[in-house]
Design a protein around this ligand. Structure first.
Ligand code: NDP
Ligand SMILES: O=C1O[C@H](COP(=O)(O)O)[C@@H](O)[C@H](O)[C@H]1O
Length: 523
């Protein structure tokens, strides 16, 4: 971790006059540096990366000479690029627009036009960076952010190496940022890791799983390990099962090219949901530095096993056409550029078990879907029933199981559900909730995940970025599920289960849990 007010190299950070001195939320400031963004016209760059850069600048967390170089095929001048950043900032930034911040930031914008295969333009990129080192004092320190389709990762990394962009000279750093998905199965992930590791040392590679940048996700470890309340019951003696839900109410939008053939399990379960599982199930790390955190996460991921009967313990489906939120919506197969016979799942649910002494016999159920009832991500640790209930049966007929729920988004906080006597003359026990809400407890607002992660890249602070091993272990868990579904598809021409938009997935998902004598929560 970096000490507040110093750069990753330990030298005092330059004081940015635009920094708001009252803002104590992200006290670390990046030293002299710049970012090169590939894929500036893309969805992620526009909605997340460029607004996060502005928000960091607005909070005074970027150095005054920070530079942003866009690389894309469009025939743009620097001003056109600045306009694109401006539009994206005005549409998606979280902090207010301040002209003086924008002006200072925009002075560091440059644009290089080119395809990923264009040698001449990669040379132009090198010269642009050298010019910035002089004019903006970026000191040779640059991060290359690949906000591009994964199939181009190898090409761009190869170009960076070939054109002398991977080494900024003595005392400077070069880093590469890659977005998920890291491959589409174990084999391709290994190949991709080999390509990246051939060019950049592991400490210079920052793999973004943006869930790890979320405040509420980081709080899982704080809540577990800063308190004495949870840890004593955090095991198979008290926990019945764990449900991890990531539900979205949106469809695939314009992302058919990426999504079809990938599907819900690869898109989200392989990365975000298995990372959440690792944080909930891991042992206490020796410290919160990257090596110790990763060691504990790797131990948990290595202990995950799938049930033998994948036909009984997995479920998948596709959203059908219908009504959601008062609007008529099209089905997955009717989306633009989706093949009418596609079997790509937009909903996936799996059961896994963690074979450790702590978790033996405690199933973890993971589910994700698009066009579900509402947008919500939560982790529910559902406890076993009390061993003895000294009440009449009718007194407890409305009492369900106690639960501790981490509310990751959008209603950020945590809930503890337990039974309480209903006021009145009779002994009647009913579920009640004790709530912690960020809004009610903190005046500080949560930084957006990309803000936190981009700042950590610029600081060279690695704990929130998964390394090769975690990525590969996660594919090892998921690959047999994908292979099982492919075998099912090969043996049938019926397509996959459909589910109505606005509902909670296909009937097979409910059946999967009811076979275990359980039911999904309706968050
Ligand atoms: N969008 C999201 O919500 C999320 C995305 N990701 C990941 O982020 C990355 C980017 O995704 P997203 O923004 O959705 O993708 P998009 O398809 O929206 O954007 C891709 C970008 O790559 C550029 N590009 C493609 N081919 C070339 C080429 N040959 N030469 C130069 N530029 C090229 C495109 O430029 P042009 O305009 O010229 O075609 C465009 O700017 C992917 O790895 C994705 O998996 C991860 C999490 C969420
Ligand atoms: O990684 C992804 O995440 C988004 C959802 O992110 P969230 O922060 O809004 O929960 C999802 O829509 C997308 O399909 C996936 O690639």
């Amino acid at each position: 971790m970096t000490v507040a007010g110093t750069t990753a190299g330990g030298t005092p950070a330059p004081v940015n006059p635009l920094r708001d001195p009252a803002d104590r939320r992200l006290p670390r400031i990046a030293g002299p540096c710049g970012l090169v963004l590939f894929g500036v016209t893309g969805d992620l760059a526009r909605k997340k990366v460029m607004p996060a850069i502005y928000d960091l600048a607005n909070r005074g967390l970027l150095p005054p000479g920070f530079s942003l170089v866009g690389y894309a095929r469009r025939d743009w001048a620097d001003q056109d690029f600045a306009q694109i950043v401006h539009d994206s900032v005005r549409a998606h930034a979280r902090t207010e627009f301040r002209e003086e911040v924008w002006k200072q930031l925009a002075e560091g914008f440059r644009f290089v036009q080119g395809d990923f295969g264009d040698d001449v333009q990669f040379d132009a990129l090198r010269r642009t960076i050298e010019e910035l080192d002089v004019s903006r004092g970026t000191g040779g320190n640059h991060a290359f952010y690949l906000s591009i389709p994964p199939k181009f990762f190898g090409d761009v990394i190869g170009q960076l190496q070939e054109h002398g962009l991977t080494d900024g000279g003595d005392g400077s750093w070069r880093r590469v940022v890659v977005e998920k998905p890291f491959g589409h199965d174990l084999e391709s992930a290994r190949e991709l890791n080999a390509v990246i590791n051939d060019v950049f040392p592991p400490e210079s590679v920052f793999r973004i799983d943006h869930y790890l940048g979320k405040e509420t996700v980081q709080n899982i470890l704080a809540m577990r390990f800063a308190n004495n309340l949870f840890e004593p019951i955090w095991n198979s003696h008290y926990v019945d099962h764990v449900q991890i839900t990531m539900a979205e109410d949106i469809g695939i939008g314009g992302r058919a090219g990426y999504y079809d053939g990938i599907g819900a399990a690869r898109d989200v379960i392989q990365n975000h949901l298995l990372q959440l599982l690792a944080l909930v199930a891991m042992e206490e790390p020796l410290s919160f530095d990257a090596a110790n955190l990763r060691a504990e996460k790797e131990k948990v991921l290595s202990s995950v096993v799938l049930p033998r009967r994948l036909d009984l313990h997995t479920a998948r489906g596709q959203y059908a056409a219908g009504w959601a939120g008062g609007e008529k919506v099209i089905g997955y197969l009717d989306e633009d550029d989706i093949d009418a016979s596609s079997t790509t799942e937009t909903f996936a649910a799996i059961r896994v078990d963690v074979e450790t002494r702590r978790w033996a016999g405690v199933p973890f159920y993971l589910r994700h879907g698009k066009r579900l009832g509402r947008r919500v991500t939560e982790i529910a640790v559902v406890l076993k029933r009390a061993p003895h209930l000294p009440f009449t049966e009718t007194a407890t007929e409305d009492l369900t199981q106690n639960a501790i729920v981490f509310r990751i988004q959008p209603d950020e906080g945590a809930t503890i559900r337990f039974g309480s006597k209903v006021p009145g003359g009779a002994m009647e026990i009913r579920d009640v909730n004790m709530d912690f809400a960020y809004g009610g407890s903190f005046t500080e607002s949560s930084p957006e995940a990309y803000e936190r992660l981009i700042l950590d890249v610029l600081l060279g602070d690695p704990p929130l970025f998964p390394q090769n091993a975690e990525v590969e272990l996660s594919w090892k868990i998921l690959d047999p599920v994908i292979a099982h579904w492919a075998r099912q598809d090969a043996g049938s021409s019926d397509g996959i289960d459909q589910y109505a938009p606005g509902q909670w997935g296909p009937a097979s998902a409910d059946a999967m849990l009811s076979r275990d004598g359980r039911a999904w929560r309706r968050p």
